[in-house]
Design a binder for this molecule. Sequence first.
Ligand code: HEM
Length: 464
Amino acid sequence: MPEDRASSVPVAVKRNHTLPPAPPGYLLFQLPKLQHQPIAYLGQMWREHGDLVRLRIMPGFALFIAMHPDHVEHIVSIHQNRYPKADFFLKPMGLVQGQGLFSSEGESWLRNRRLMQPAFHQKQLANLHAVILSAVQSLAAEWAEKPDGAVIDIAAEMTRITLKIVSLALFSVDISDDSDRLGQAFRTALEYVYYRLNTPLALPLWIPSARNRSFRGAKQTLDRVVLEIIQSRRQDPTPRHDLLSMLLAAQEEETGEGMSDRQLLDEVITLINAGHETTATTLAWTWHLLGTHPDVMANLVSEVQTVLNGNPPTFETLPKLQYTRRVLDEALRLCPPGIGLAPRAALEDDEIQGYFIPKGAVFNVATYFTSRHPEFWNDPERFDPDRFLPEQVTKRSKFAYIPFGAGSHTCIGKNFALMEAVMILATISQQFRIELVPNQPIEIDPRFTLRPKYGIKVAIWKRY
Ligand code: HEM
């Protein structure tokens, strides 16, 4: 297991047994609020009870919410070995992603993480730059066919482009078309996981309800199609520059063993899932923020025009798009794709901020609130990309801003996502003027990622 940064420090022997503050009574009947309006509900708990809150759901089960950067650091970094991902999360996620990185812990997670890490190194990203660029350019060419002022749902478009990019980057196949059976199977399977995560009394999978049967069918299609791709790749040695080629070639140093078809299947499904919805949601909200902040949009367009000078973004010019990157960083602070990290469960009794944390306590590390904590962020609800100027960043706790997580489970696709998102923002704003359609309903759908419930409608004009 990775090192617990404080594993040599003994947990205090004489403990304070005061539990973190909790609202009165059991909250079983408040669960719909927590599921359907989590931001409003958890925000209220934060205001009323402070940075560490205990929600007693029913006798024997409480959900602990951690919002302060120091608590986040305690749980996901310093004492990460005491807080693995909770079983009640791993099980439903595992229905689709099996033992993939996102839904596993322990030895099998560590082995796969080590095998997969090199595929995501910066130097490998250079190979994926061309894939991203050609996908974004083909999206721009499609948009250019539309009449000036055409209205599109930019949130849906971001889902389409990120699914296309991740499937091309992964195994050189585009599954983003609505009629694609793999894409369809994905959507059905993931809807089912959202349902399971949000429905504590869901019927067990072995009961042949319509929902369960539709999930099983979708999962079988997913497995069959992805396995076919993996097996045909094993037989065809033609070198390709995609992630699957790297994963197929990955071997453990000591044993020389690689990943089995089953492991590859789980990881491919995990990467498609983790690698598109998050980026799509981030970009959708970024366009919304740009639409509501014309001054920021103007700065971004001006940077793109100066740095790129009418050319596409290359791997070398990307780091020069520093304002564009700050816009993205700030959008991720205000509108992250998730309220928090995957739930963690305490392996042993512990203490945080002087409060007793009993063994088994389940934590929601609510980074949505951490990244607007007033001790660390001045006027936190204001959209201000300059918070991410280097001199501002160095002044803050690293744990006040962890949109990609921290500790050993940090997002493996972080650099890929950032490169992709900057390229999409830059290429589209270089070629199109984008304006939000006024008076449209904008709401968060909190079921899994915090995507916009009714999409985000924008009008687009070609720049000549
Ligand atoms: C803006 C885009 C993205 C955001 C905000 C994001 C965020 C995160 C976060 C917060 C975690 C940690 C979860 C936890 O500790 O509980 C995570 C893990 C993960 N992400 Fe991302 N992610 C993004 C894009 C991607 C992409 C593009 C990929 C792959 C192509 C990816 C693959 C993964 C995987 C496999 C994990 C699990 C890592 C592990 O546990 O070892 N993500 N992501």
